[in-house]
Write a protein that binds this ligand. Sequence first.
Ligand code: AMP
Ligand code: GLY
Length: 446
Amino acid sequence: MARFLLVGNGAREHAIAEAVCKNPNAKLFAFVSANNPGIVGLAEKSGGQAQMGDIHSPSEVASFAKKHSVELAFPSPDAVLAAGVSDALLEEGIKCAAPTKEAARLEWDKAYCRQLLKDYKIPGSPKFGIFEDEKEAHSFIDSLGGQVAVKPAGLTGGKGVKVTGFQLKDSNEAKEYASELLRSKPSGLSSIVVEEKLDGEEFSLQAFSDGSRVYGMPMVQDHKRAYEGDVGPNTGGMGSYSDAGALLPFAKKAHYEQAIEIMQKTIEAFRKKTGERYVGVLYGGFMITAKGVRLIEFNSRFGDPEAMNVLSVLQSDLLSIFQQMADGKIRNAPEFESKATVCKYLVPEGYPGKPTANQPLSFDHARLKKSGAKVFFASVHEKEGVVYTQSSRSIALVGVADSISQAERMAEEACLAISGKVWHRKDIGTPALVQKRIAHLRQLGV
Ligand code: AMP
Ligand code: GLY
C-alpha cells in the first residue's frame, strides 16, 4: 500500500483525491480545514483517514504525516505551499510532489517571478516594472499611457490585481491603487508590479514538473468574473472548459508550444539560480495576443477549477506520476483522454461580496446521476447527513463528452439537480461564449 497525504479541502483537492484513489494501492490520508464530504469519504474508503487541523501549520501537517507513516505527500493550495508545508515534510524524510517554499515563490512573489524571467532572457513577459516607491510607480504608469495592470507582489487570493478599463477607470485610479498597495501592503510583501495592459484571450496551461522537464496537460479556460458575459467582480473562478485534444477552440498548436517553452525555460532558470529543482505542478496563466503568447502569472499548483477539467480526462495513474515527480524523473509522458470538459461552480447567494453561509443544499440524486456529470465538493461541510454551504464556492459539476457543447449540457443539467441558496453562471462552455472568444482573437488579427 502507498500511504499518501493530501493537504487541502476544496473541489480541486476532491478531484486530486479521486484521481489518486483510482489506484487500488493508495491509502489516502487527508489533512483538511473543513470536513469536505468527498475527501473524507475517499479517505475512509481507501483505509486511510481525514483529520481537521490548521493546514497552514507546517508542524501540524508534519506530525499528522509522521503519525500515519505517510510515504508521499501533495500539499495542494497556494497558501499552504507559501507557508513551507512541503519543506517540513521533506525534513521528516517524507517524499513530496509539490514545490518547496522557495520553488513556490514563482507564485507567491510576482516580482521575483518577473525578474527571474528577465534575468534569464525568457520570452513572454509584457513590459513591466517592480516598485517600492510611489513616484517611480506613477511615472511608469504614465509612460504606459495609463493602460496597465497593477499587482501586489504577494498572494491575495486572486483578488488583488486591478486593470485599467476593468477595475480601474483611468490612469489616476491606477496611480491611486498603486499608492494604496504600497502603503497598506495587503499581500505582506512590500513591492508592487506594474505591467502594460494586454489584450487577448486567456488560457491556463498546467504541467507536471520533475525539475528537469515539464509535461503539459490540456489547455483550459477559466472564467474569473462573477457574472454572465464576463462582467462583475473577480472571483476564485466560476467555471472552466477544455476541448478534446490539448488545444482550446481559439488556440493553435504554436500557442501551446510557446507556453510550454516558457515553462520549460523557467524551471531550468530556477534550477540555475537556486540549485534547486522545481518539483510539482506548474500552472501558467497565459494570454494569446496579437504579438504572441504572453505570461500573465505562474501558480505553483493545480488551478481551481482547472484541475477538475484535466483530472477528469487523465488516463495515466496520478499516484505514479506524483511518485515519479517526487523521485525526480517522470518516466512516461502522462496521457489524457481526448474528450471535452466543462466545469461549473455552484456558489452561495451573494458570492463573492456577501456570501450567505450555512445554508442546506438538497440533491435530486436521480437527476444528478442521469446528468452523467461528476460532482466535486468545495467549500461545504456535512452535518448529520446534510450538506451546508460555507462562504466560498460550494460544489463543482463537471461534464465530460465528445464536444464542449455536450459537456456543457451535462454540467448545466447537474447544476439544476442541486437546490438551495446557490447560483451559477449558465453561459460557461456554451457555443455563444466559445464563439465570442474566437471572434475576439479574429478581431485582434490573431
Ligand atoms: P493574475 O492574478 O496575475 O492572474 O491576474 C488576474 C487577472 O488580471 C488575469 O486573469 C487577467 O485577466 C488580468 N491581468 C493580469 N495581468 C494583466 C495584464 N498585464 N494585462 C491585462 N490583464 C491582466
Ligand atoms: N483558476 C485560477 C487559479 O486557480 O488561480
